[in-house]
Each structure stands twice: as structure tokens, then as C-alpha cells.
Design a protein around this ligand. Structure first.
Ligand code: PNW
Length: 489
């Protein structure tokens, strides 16, 4: 009796830790663990049928061909050509030369078995001056890319803004100007009109939390500004307004069935321990920490504490604008890299952020702390706090110190470790019924990593920038295996 009870109690404890794994029922039926595992086999961390395994890239990071076929300059051309802004003076002039090698790159995707591919459109290829007459040659490139993807059964997911603002618009105030929000919407509507016969999913903007903060407040990304708080908060507001206007334009111009969302790197607040108090604190923190972006987009209002803390520097806005910003979305995408640990406390907001100790493990870029639980809590928060019904992980990946062996192989066991653990936590979310429909690994191949230039490598294919040769790393074999079995290997 005592024995049976304790086994059941053990299974219960395990249930809290390994939710939804088939192993549990095996405990109940009295099988030994090893037999249970063998039975479960490759289904051990199986994902739902139809789960979309993908990879992501962005235009300026991979395309090159910076002055070809009528492309206008973007703020990243200006910034990367300014001495001292990007490590080693690297620029995106050539990058991965994807503009010319896109067919080869779709071949890499096919070899992985990818179901979907998230790319971004370079706004200044389409509207070299940001507004005005479209450039047919620019559009033609994306049309050919989409054809190539569709021909290989890879679903195209299109991001409209991955940071390469036309320089002409920056010259007129960039995201500090409401005109940029409107210009973005016009451009987004144009692309939806032209590509939605083949592209069913559009993301408006990639990572407010990175490009506005790093570009307009900290000055370490293009356009390299360090705005005072009032002007900065207004730029944040016009960026989310641009998103909302673009949602409306895509709905107006896209074919029936076109879906629209965004790809945001919201701060993912992870409870330091999974007790009800810390979990509640993490929920409160997620709303507050994301007040200027995800929260206003999902709720249609800035939180009281955000406005109160900003005081006279709070953004100026109208109720109409808030309504636009919170235009209903078909899905929400989040880029997941690193956790923000949170604990409950007795402060007015009811939470405190817990800074990681200096010994906290991270990948080769110092901000990329390893916290696989972020891939459980991110989607979980979206589903719990804002009742999001369709979720995509629009980016997740890691930078490693990849060094090819004499034979040219790259054994990135640390990246594989990172991905395996994050995906196990994603599985935990999915097995609890959190509606995650797909996952885009960042990135298909090494590329121009913004201010780090080519020194940081996030790819699962190694790129030799002298020859443009792509070589699958160990992580590419790992990901191919995951896709093939639709489960974590
Ligand atoms: C994302 N941070 O950027 C971007 O969407 C990608 O273009 C980029 O290559 C990728 O993640 C890897 O960095 C980020 O400082 C840049 O916390 C910086 C941060 C986060 C994300």
C-alpha cells in the first residue's frame, strides 16, 4: 500500500516537472522507465502534426547587392559606412550575396526539410526614397524568391520592416515623425497587394524592443541617436502606430485569407521559482516591462505606471491612435533569446527584476544568457495574459565561436545544447495546449550581425565570406533530425 502510494505521489511530482510527456502514463501502468522510453521512442517530445519548422533571416543581413537594381540607401548603409559604428568596419554591401544566390539558399532549406521560411523585404529596394514610385526590379526579386520557395513546398512568411529604413525618411525625422508611420503603412499595403497571392503570413515590424531602443536611445544601432526621453517615447509611439496602420493596410490590400501579425522581442519574465507568487509576479512584470510595445499593441492602452513614470516625457497620443495600434491581429510572433528573471516582492508593482550574477552562462554575445525556460514562459504569457490564439516563435538561436576543422566541419555542440534545451521547453508549452504553430530558427546561415558585423555567427550553416561557400554545421544536422521526426531529438 505504502509502495503504491509513493509511486503515485512520485508520478504526481514528475507530472509537475515533465508535463504532458507520455512517460507518465507508463509510470501508472507499472512499466520500468527504460521500457517506457523505448515505447515512446522518437515521440518522446513530439510536436503536433503540421507544426511549422522554419528558419529566419533579414534582408540587410543576408542580401548584399546594396546598390543594385535601383535599391536606395537605408539607415544601415549610412550607419555601417560611418567609421567606428560596426566592428571591423563591416558593412552589408555584400553580406551573404543572397540576392544572387537565393536559389542555392532555398536548396539549403530543402535539404533541411524546412516547412517555412521567414525573410524580410528591404523597403528601400521597393521605394528607394521611402515613398513615391515603386521600383519594379526590387519587387521582382521578392517575387522570384517567393516562387522558388513555393516551388519547393516551403511556406513564405514575410517581414516588412527588419530595420532598414530608407535613408530619405530618416532625413525627414525617421520614426520621430508620424509621416514615417504613414509611409510604412503605404509600403506594407503595396507589398501585401503584390505578394499575397502566394504569401499568406505577414509580419509588420521586427523587434521594436531592439531597433527603437538600440537605434534611438542607446545609439548603438542605426540611426545612432541618443534621444532625450520625451522625443524617444514619441518615437516609440510612432513605431507602434506604424505597426497598427500597416495592419489595416495589409487587411485592406491583401487577398482574402491573408494573415497579419508582428515579430517582437518582448521581455520574457520568468519566475525565479515556479510558486504561485513568483508566477503572478512574472505575469505582472511581463505587462509592465513591455508597456510601450507589446502591451499597448495587445491592450490598446499604455499602462498607468508607464505613463506615470514618464511624467511630462510621456508620449502624446489620441484615443483614435490607440485604437489603430491595437488593431486585431491574426497571430503574434515573438523572438526568444534570453529570460528576464523576476521575483515577487511587496513593492507597489509587486515584482522585482533579478539581475543575473556574473557567472551566469551566456553564448558568445554577452547579452545572450542561456535560459531555456524563456521558450516556455514567452508563449505561455501570450496565451494567459492576452488570450493569443495563434503564436509563432519568429526567432530563436545562438551565437557560437564556430571554427571549422581541417576538413571544414563545424561541431557547434554548444548551439545544439542550446537548441535542444530551448525546444524541450517549447514542447512543454505546446503539450499544455499553448497554441504555438511554428518555430523559426535564427538563422539559416551566418550573416551580418548588426553592430557586431561578421564577427558573431548565428547560422546553422557556416559561411566563408571570402568564397561565399555555405557548409552545414552540426546544428544543421540536428535541426534536420528534429524536423524529420517532428520532435526533439
Ligand atoms: C535579433 N539584444 O536582434 C534580430 O531580430 C536579428 O536581426 C538578430 O540578428 C538576432 O536577434 C541575433 O542578435 C537582437 O541586445 C539584437 O538583446 C540585440 C538584442 C536582441 C535581439
Amino acid at each position: 500500500m505504502l509502495k503504491r502510494f509513493s509511486r503515485r505521489a512520485f508520478a504526481k511530482i514528475m507530472g509537475a516537472a515533465v508535463l504532458g510527456s507520455p512517460q507518465l502514463s507508463a509510470f501508472g501502468s507499472g512499466l520500468r522507465v527504460s521500457e517506457a522510453r523505448r515505447d515512446a521512442g522518437p515521440n518522446y517530445y513530439r510536436f503536433p502534426d503540421g507544426f511549422l519548422w522554419g528558419c529566419a533571416t533579414a534582408a540587410y543581413q543576408v542580401e548584399g547587392a546594396a546598390t543594385e537594381d535601383g535599391r536606395g540607401p537605408s539607415i544601415w548603409d549610412t550607419f555601417s559606412h560611418t567609421p567606428g559604428k560596426v566592428r571591423n568596419g563591416d558593412t552589408g554591401d555584400t553580406a551573404d550575396d543572397h540576392y544572387h544566390r537565393y536559389k542555392e539558399d532555398v536548396g539549403l532549406m530543402k535539404a533541411l526539410g524546412l516547412k517555412s521560411y521567414r525573410f524580410s523585404v528591404s523597403w528601400p529596394r521597393i521605394f528607394p526614397q521611402g515613398v513615391g514610385a515603386p521600383n519594379p526590379k526590387g519587387l521582382d526579386f521578392y517575387s522570384r524568391l517567393v516562387d522558388e520557395l513555393v516551388a519547393h513546398d516551403i511556406q513564405p512568411f514575410c517581414t516588412l520592416y527588419h530595420w532598414d529604413l530608407p535613408q530619405a525618411l530618416q532625413d525627414r525625422g525617421g520614426w520621430e515623425s508620424r509621416d514615417t508611420s504613414q509611409a510604412f503603412s503605404d509600403y506594407a499595403g503595396f507589398i501585401a497587394e503584390r505578394l499575397s497571392d502566394r504569401v499568406k503570413h505577414f509580419f509588420t515590424i521586427n523587434e521594436f524592443g531592439a531597433f527603437v531602443e538600440l537605434g534611438y536611445r542607446l545609439g548603438i544601432h542605426a540611426p545612432g541617436l541618443k534621444l532625450p526621453p520625451g522625443r524617444f517615447n514619441q518615437a516609440r509611439h510612432y513605431a507602434v502606430l506604424g505597426h497598427g496602420l500597416a495592419v489595416q493596410a495589409i487587411r485592406a490590400k491583401g487577398r482574402p485569407g491573408t494573415k497579419v501579425g508582428l515579430a517582437e522581442n518582448m521581455q520574457i519574465c520568468v519566475p525565479v521559482i515556479e510558486t504561485p507568487e513568483h508566477v503572478a509576479a512574472a505575469v505582472r512584470a511581463t505587462r509592465e516591462q513591455n508597456a510601450p510595445y507589446m502591451t499597448v499593441i495587445q491592450e490598446g492602452k499604455y499602462t498607468e505606471s508607464y505613463l506615470a513614470a514618464a511624467r511630462e516625457d510621456a508620449p502624446k497620443f489620441t484615443p483614435e491612435e490607440l485604437k489603430t495600434i491595437s488593431s486585431p491581429l491574426d497571430f503574434t510572433g515573438i523572438n526568444v533569446y534570453t529570460p528576464t528573471y523576476v521575483r515577487a516582492d511587496g513593492s507597489p508593482l509587486g515584482y522585482t527584476l533579478v539581475p543575473p550574477p556574473s557567472s551566469y552562462p551566456h553564448m558568445t554575445v554577452s547579452w545572450l544568457n542561456v535560459g531555456p525556460e524563456a521558450l516556455y514562459w514567452g508563449p505561455n504569457h501570450l496565451a494567459q495574459i492576452w488570450k493569443v490564439k495563434e503564436i509563432y516563435i519568429t526567432e530563436n538561436g545562438a551565437a557560437s565561436a564556430d571554427v571549422p576543422t581541417a576538413e571544414g566541419a563545424v561541431y557547434d555542440t554548444d548551439r545544439v545544447m542550446y537548441l535542444r534545451n530551448y525546444l524541450a521547453h517549447l514542447h512543454r508549452a505546446v503539450s499544455e495546449g499553448v497554441p504555438v504553430r511554428g518555430y523559426f530558427l535564427w538563422s539559416l546561415m551566418d550573416n551580418f550581425e548588426w553592430a557586431d558585423g561578421y564577427s558573431s555567427r548565428f547560422g546553422i550553416h557556416y559561411v566563408d565570406y571570402r568564397t561565399q561557400k555555405r557548409t552545414p554545421k552540426l546544428s544543421a544536422s540536428f535541426y534536420r533530425e528534429i524536423i524529420a521526426r517532428n520532435g526533439v531529438a
